[in-house]
Write a protein that binds this ligand. Structure first.
Ligand SMILES: Cc1cc2nc3c(=O)[nH]c(=O)nc-3n(C[C@H](O)[C@H](O)[C@H](O)COP(=O)(O)O)c2cc1C
Length: 385
């Protein structure tokens, strides 16, 4: 069912397609992984303009939209007063992705805005159904929920909750999602008694623009993938082979095929989106200099802290990443000249990746360079319409 958007007509899609449908027509979707946390993805003192502030991120989203990107996405995390520590106090400051996407709704008109929410940290489905429906209307159907279940022990402690075994987290996430969906679709008051949440004569208005908002998750375990296959439009995948592109390419075809098969078994389609860190310059030598400057500025205690929380957490992503790769960032790393970067993108597409959500070292200039030098080559290579 499609209902009219409450956006002003000049901000609604002109081609009659939803933002998700438009993105799915791209040979390779393009997303920007926002640096809404201090330090972005690079755990180093190497100087750069990357900044966690709302203004900086709002400008990046507008810049990405102008370049033709399909989505912008922010992570959600909860850390103590020192962040990940070190001299940079890595990720000490983080702004909330739901509020950031809400803040840029009226500044944008085409790009999908995806917010991460830890739904098991005290949310009720009725709250998120209402906020999501509102966001969906504020964006004319461009809002997406990256539903994460949370795995970091410090976060669970921070909320005063007991740890939940991973598979059970996804059982709860499934109940939460089904209640969201029921609230988004029902034209009548609904009452439901679930194992974890209940509704009595509950109703949400307005109804989302395209039936329901865009649903995304980032699971890697069997339970996480099964959840994605059943409910998600997009899945943020990680490389089972680690961050080095050659090793990643060996493992990705089987991984992406498995996810698509799981979705097909549910009678559904899902798009796989991987997260490269792109360092692109005119020459290989310049790329090496950027990488070396980052590695020389390693903030070792902060790297230890980040690696430790991923290792301690009961979760299956980001396995096989080497320490030096964590300093630079990205789930996979794509370095090189524009031609070399596009070759690696083509290989990712051949490995079953439907999209990329990219992080950069120095976001604003690196994104501008990418738009000027890499995007035209992607078009020539048939990776972008
Ligand atoms: C691209 C991407 C973005 C993610 N964003 C978040 C996030 O914002 N917050 C969070 O707690 N976890 C985030 N995760 C971590 C995943 O939710 C976590 O790795 C997942 O729980 C692992 O899958 P599993 O639960 O199936 O083991 C992200 C993972 C990926 C790959």
């Amino acid at each position: 069912m499609t209902v009219a958007s409450s956006r002003a007509p000049d901000l609604a899609a002109q081609d009659g397609l939803s933002a998700l449908e438009r993105a799915k027509r791209q040979p390779l979707m393009l997303g920007l992984f926002l640096p809404i946390q201090s330090g972005g993805w690079t755990i180093s003192t190497a100087p750069r303009g990357t900044d966690w502030s709302f203004d900086y991120n709002a400008r990046l989203i507008v810049q990405a939209e102008e370049a033709g990107f399909d989505l912008a996405f922010g992570l959600a995390q909860w850390l103590g007063a020192e962040g990940h520590g070190g001299v940079t106090h890595y990720r000490k400051y983080t702004i909330d992705p739901l509020l950031v996407t809400s803040g840029v709704a009226a500044l944008t008109r085409n790009i999908m805005l995806i917010s991460t929410v830890h739904v098991l940290y005290g949310w009720h489905p009725l709250h998120l159904a209402k906020l999501g429906a509102t966001m969906d209307h504020m964006t004319g159907g461009r809002w997406g929920l990256n539903l994460v279940t949370g795995f970091r022990p410090n976060e669970i402690d921070m909320f005063g909750l007991d740890p939940i075994p991973r598979d059970e987290r996804y059982v709860r996430a499934a109940e939460f999602t089904e209640m969201l969906d029921a609230l988004w679709r029902s034209e009548e008051d609904i009452s439901q008694t679930g194992d974890y949440w209940s509704l009595k004569d509950a109703y949400v208005s307005p109804k989302p623009v395209n039936g329901r908002p865009i649903l995304v998750n980032a699971g890697s375990s069997e339970a996480g993938l099964a959840y994605a296959a059943k409910y998600s439009d997009l899945i943020f995948i990680t490389s089972p082979g680690g961050a080095e592109i050659g090793a990643a390419l060996k493992t990705l075809p089987a991984h992406t095929a498995k996810i698509k098969m799981l979705a097909a078994e549910q009678g559904r389609e899902i798009r796989t989106v991987i997260n490269p860190h792109v360092i692109c310059r005119d020459t290989e030598r310049e790329v090496e200099e950027v990488c070396q400057a980052i590695l020389d500025g390693e903030d070792a205690p902060a790297v230890d802290s980040l690696v430790g929380t991923m290792r301690e957490g009961d979760q299956a992503s980001w396995r096989g990443h080497e320490r030096r790769q964590r300093i630079i960032g990205g789930n996979i790393q794509i370095f090189g000249t524009p031609e070399q970067v596009v070759e690696q993108f083509a290989a990712l597409k051949d490995a079953g990746c439907d999209g990329l959500q990219i992080n950069f070292f120095d976001f604003a200039p690196d994104l501008a360079y990418f738009a000027d030098n890499v995007l035209p080559l992607m078009k020539q290579a048939g990776l972008r319409n």
